[in-house]
Design a protein around this ligand. Structure first.
Ligand SMILES: [Zn+2]
Length: 106
């Protein structure tokens, strides 16, 4: 069976994204977690440069950022595009990737 969402809800009050999958699973994604997992090249680079800094014993204390998700949009029929309040919208979250993210909580 090809896994895909049946419905996608943006719950702004609870700051989560709720996806009902066609296999019966309903998964809640926290906005911070989604932003953390942003698959775009820019964010991946930020994550890897953080690792380099710890090797050099330079500790960069990033302030805890809280991201607001403005809206979501379908990218074709294979992925979700997220629009963040800071203008970031280059992350394309494929269904399979979103399913991977949901594994630790299930
Ligand atoms: Zn990104």
């Amino acid at each position: 069976m090809y896994i895909r969402p049946q419905s996608i809800k943006l719950d702004k009050k609870r700051q989560i994204l709720v996806i009902d999958w066609n296999d019966g699973n309903s998964v809640e994604y926290s906005w911070d977690g989604l932003r953390d997992a942003c698959p775009c090249a820019q964010c991946r680079q930020e994550h890897s440069s953080n690792n380099v800094n710890t090797v050099d014993m330079v500790f960069v204390l990033n302030p805890v950022k809280s991201f607001t998700l403005d809206s979501v949009e379908l990218a074709g029929n294979y992925a979700l595009k997220l629009y963040w309040s800071d203008g970031h919208n280059t992350g394309i979250y494929g269904w399979e990737y979103l399913r991977t993210l949901s594994l630790p909580n299930s």
